[in-house]
Design a protein around this ligand. Structure first.
Ligand SMILES: *Cc1c(COP(=O)(O)O)cnc(C)c1O
Length: 397
């Protein structure tokens, strides 16, 4: 028996909007505005710098890290929050390479989110060693794990297609070859069940503004397996990762815990939003959420294909190989997404031709899915996307 995870009343969603883009930017949780106002006026305004102690600001990253950990199978104290996901990718990769000094290959895949690959390229340039970044097709990654590989760095759910790697199998394979594993959970945290402890992965990273609804610019997170935290050498050795930040020593000594993956001053306003966003997850069983997500996604595929038989499904048809999004490839996908948005059905577009729709059972139900498919059918079958106003490409797509 699965329990309902539907709790749309916890979000400020505009009337009539069907929001299929919570995989990119989750909606505003109710209570977040009041919380930020009270953090600003009651804490910052009233207490000024004293609020670091009186309002517990300095321990917020840790507390929030523990709450995120609860959603991804990570024990208390193993998740640090702060910065953005790109930075956390860099931290994890730099630390992972240090754990395998003799090896020169970083293995990822060519479906990975560009920033993850860019950060790897930047890191290689910085350390100026002869590292190679290999990016085979996602389906060839497992085969490419050899004993030359230092680090396997993959995004669990593909941002374009929604294709999901087998976390347990690939991690086992990486470990059998002596490589360190890093999972990027950008499209997994709050979307699919994840058990980091069971996976035995060394590192995981992710962001909180997608399925976790922490708002634009919300801090990222990084997990390090508890048994190796003392072997992690932080590349970004900021003062808040120091063992005694306020001793103001001239030499860096990393904290004896996951705190060593902190860098600088935490974003308190954004953390207070995230705290409210995480309240929404209290009582949500990830297995129930997954069941609901698959139900909505399968329904969406069936309803869209019934109306638009020429659209090409770009996501795996087998729900077990898919995260919580469904993508269709269409040459004029950009214009279609604009036309849909004008009709209050919000998805997004990823170059070159992917129309992407995220399924978030916290605030979407089957009626929304049917209605969205109807509007997609109208826009495509009546060529409504051909209107010139839908051809103008914005900066953010
Ligand atoms: C969304 C996303 C990012 C974005 O990184 P930021 O630094 O938060 O902008 C990075 N990697 C993956 C896999 C993503 O899905």
């Amino acid at each position: 028996m699965t329990a309902s995870v539907f709790r749309k009343d916890r979000f400020e969603l505009p009337d009539g909007v069907i929001y299929l883009d919570g995989n990119s930017l989750g909606p505003l949780p109710k209570g977040a505005v009041d919380r930020v106002a009270s953090t600003m006026q009651g804490e910052w305004g009233a207490d000024l710098i004293r609020a670091w102690n009186t309002a517990g600001w300095m321990s917020m990253p840790q507390q929030i890290g523990d709450r995120i950990g609860g959603l991804i199978g990570a024990p208390a104290g193993s998740v640090a929050t702060g910065d953005t996901l790109s930075i956390k990718v860099y931290q994890a990769l730099a630390a992972a390479l240090k754990l395998r000094p003799g090896r020169k290959v970083i293995l990822s895949d060519n479906g990975n989110f560009p920033s993850d690959l860019y950060m790897a390229q930047g890191l290689i340039g910085t350390i100026d060693k002869d590292y190679d970044l290999h990016t085979p097709a996602p389906e060839d990654v497992a085969e490419a794990i050899t004993d030359e590989v230092a680090v396997v760095m993959l995004t669990h759910v593909d941002y374009r297609t929604g294709r999901m790697h087998d976390m347990q199998a690939i991690t086992r394979r990486a470990h059998a070859a002596g490589a360190v594993m890093i999972w990027d959970l950008a499209h997994s945290a709050g979307a699919v069940p994840v058990d980091l402890t069971a996976s035995q992965t060394e590192f995981a990273v992710g962001c909180t503004y997608k399925y976790l609804n922490g708002g634009p610019g919300a801090p990222a997170f990084i997990y390090a397996r508890p048994d190796l935290i003392l072997d992690v050498q932080p590349a970004l050795s900021g003062w808040l990762g120091h063992d005694a930040p306020f001793a103001m020593e001239t030499g860096y000594r990393p904290a004896m815990s996951t705190e060593r993956l902190r860098v600088g001053t935490p974003p308190i306003l954004q953390l207070s939003v995230l705290d409210v966003a995480l309240d929404v997850w209290d009582g949500v069983d990830m297995a129930d959420l997954r069941t609901a997500s698959i139900g909505l996604s399968d329904l969406f595929i069936a309803e869209v294909e019934a109306r638009c038989p020429d659209l090409l499904l770009a996501s795996p048809r087998d729900a077990n190989q898919r995260g919580s999004q469904v993508s269709f490839a269409f040459q004029h996908g950009y214009a279609v997404i604009q036309a849909l948005s004008d009709r209050d059905v919000i998805g997004d577009f990823r170059a070159p031709d992917i129309m992407r729709f995220g399924f978030t059972p916290l605030y979407l139900d089957e009626d929304d899915v049917r209605r969205a498919a109807e509007v997609i059918g109208e826009v495509i079958n009546q060529d409504l996307w051909r209107d010139p106003k839908y051809q103008v490409v914005s900066w953010v797509t």
